[in-house]
Design a protein. Structure first.
Lengths: 352, 352
DNA sequence: GAGCAGTTTTGGATCGATCCAATATTTCCA
DNA sequence: TGGAAATATTGGATCGATCCAAAACTGCTC
């Protein structure tokens, strides 16, 4: 029995065999593989034909061992099933795949330990670089350690230290200032900021923006509610706010999901966002335009952040000692109905 | 200048150096690395100490070249930013990461061409196996081709051929039968199935389930609407249904997103789901319990499907010639308010 | 047809681990 | 105490590519 049941155990065709078949040397075949301009047109065709005929499959593992680059990178996100990270992932995939780079994905679940293990593993895999959304509670020397490893690193969406290393994200602080200013302009004086129970830059940047805008108008930024980023908790949070002795008249969600949850909480009390209470979101997910009332929010473009992060990493891999870049995409205020500013949409489907 | 600016270009410490430092052979160090029971306790500790002292980093690339397994797998999903695929991805990551396997992620965007290129690349990377959600329009001989490559393959959520190869998914057909039966039991006679404009098994299975249930009760399954899987299109679709000469009294969405869109379409016409028209969803996303009215739907557990798919792939890698398995998770009918069956929820937050 | 520049091609060393058959060491019992 | 069995350790070959310096070809000019 030459082959075992099933016969799947085919031996791999190597460069040497292709070379023999084409009547050239292994080195020449290698050059053809890498599209080197050194090899003559006729030879190239002959080699290509042999590869085809023998069913040659390139062995990246073997190449990686010798070559300096592996054309692989690591991507560590905190929670893929959060649509925001998922969009980011899609943007990254688009750019990296286009550049012929394969991506190792890890879902850290906000666990610094899993993040640590995964980074170590990425290093063992010899990836050319890493894109990291640091888990809440990441050690602050993380960037420095990766630098010592000689491992190109781009942080995305969040950063461990505001002054260190490459980063791609949105201007959360400015975005939050804009939406807060918008509410103040509409006459609100008691405004709450709801959502977020972990510690990371994306949260503190928003808090800073909120606090800055409030203080600028002599208002107290005292209604900051720490709560999980889901609908139910947010609905409960808005209820607690309304039960206060000094209830707010408006609330900004950490993100759109929180805002939707708050609208739900209002509905359950017989109140309506945009009429009885102003609700604002953050991120502008597709659903924001389609909620009733449509959500006033701030767009943050996670897909584009992903693209930027990937491009930045590719640059850093080529030029490891270039000076760090911080790509901050602008945010945009999207005024719809939930803060009561825009005219009520008439019945029927209009563009949100 | 011994080190260049930045000094990141550290040479790698190899097994040989560790061996020299520990006063043993390279082979012994290799055995320690792989936790072989062959090596004596004292030796093991001495080697470990040397690895620590020299800052040794395992080189998986080198190991992969020689060893038969690479402990990497490929994961090809159609659309990571679809929460359903994202949950699947999270489930897969959990199991594979736990097994010490790294995952290459590719987002195929429903493009058979990108899928093809990516599979080829996975093959070149020498992955131990692949988990694939086949893109709509995948060639039917895909499974056979991977088999010829000797590449373990598990299809997830969708399959190219109903009779071929390993697969993990939900029982879409039965789920759809259950929800259709539910509506019929409530007295509905004209029922529509809305959403889905691509061709793949997850869609055709649902159609089959719907058709079967309708026929079983002598009803015509003629209201099958092909439309994109987003809210806006679904809202428009329900409008078109209501404008018909023979409008339905109930509609089932391909998934919950479609159902939410239909509820939106009803709202915009001044109608309410659960009172004036029955709306059912499919998947039971977290939001389903929190919509108003709460959505009656079918749970399909994508995270668990991911776990099952990953476990199945690991089994298949160990035993490539084992007979194919099809892991079909049961679906469950979740009755809430949107079909008018359950008593209306009183005001206030109750468990959905 | 020698010399030279430019273009192609080549063989051997190398990357850093695993595999394997052989050898060295220890243990244990007759 | 001799020797078989069990336990530890080892060196050389190997995986399949890339790198590099040298060699072999061109074509051209004088």
């Amino acid at each position: 029995m030459p082959d075992g049941i099933g016969g799947a155990e085919r031996r791999r065709v190597t460069l040497d065999e292709v070379a023999r078949d084409a009547g050239v040397s292994r080195s020449t075949v290698s050059l053809v593989l890498r599209d080197s301009p050194l090899v003559a047109e006729g030879t190239r065709e002959r080699v290509r034909a042999s590869m085809e005929a023998l069913g040659y499959v390139y062995n990246r593992g073997a190449a990686n061992l010798r070559a300096s680059r592996t054309n692989t990178v690591g991507l560590l996100v905190c929670d893929v099933s959060n649509p925001f990270f998922a969009e980011l992932t899609a943007g990254i995939d688009e750019v990296l795949d286009g550049a012929g780079v394969s991506t190792f994905l890890v879902n850290t679940n906000e666990s610094p330990e899993k993040q640590e293990r995964s980074l170590q593993r990425m290093r063992e895999q010899n990836v050319d670089g890493v894109i990291l959304c640091p888990a809440s509670g990441s050690s602050p020397d993380l960037v420095e350690r990766l630098r010592r490893w000689g491992m190109p690193l781009v942080q995305a969406l969040r950063y461990v230290s505001a002054r260190d290393g490459d980063y791609a994200g949105s201007d959360y602080q400015l975005g939050m200032e804009m939406i807060t200013e918008h509410l103040i302009r509409l006459g609100h004086r008691r405004i709450a900021l709801v959502g977020g129970n972990l510690v990371h830059s994306a949260l503190s940047d928003r808090r800073t923006g909120f606090t800055n805008a409030m203080r600028r108008h002599g208002l107290a930024p005292d209604l900051i509610v720490r709560s999980p980023l889901n609908r139910r908790a947010s609905a409960e949070a808005v209820g607690a706010l309304l039960d206060r002795a000094d209830p707010p008249t408006a609330a900004i969600g950490f993100n759109d999901i929180v805002a939707f949850g708050m609208m739900l909480g209002l509905t359950d009390r017989g109140l309506e966002a945009g009429c009885d209470f102003a609700v604002a979101g953050f991120d502008d997910v597709p659903e924001a335009a389609l909620s009733r009332p449509a959500l006033t929010t701030v767009s943050t473009l996670p897909f584009q952040i992903g693209q930027e992060a990937a491009q930045l990493l590719l640059r850093r891999i080529v030029d490891p000692n270039g000076s760090p870049e911080r790509v901050i995409l602008p945010t945009r205020l999207i005024i719809r109905e939930s803060c009561g500013a825009a005219p009520r949409r008439e019945r029927g489907l209009t563009r949100g």
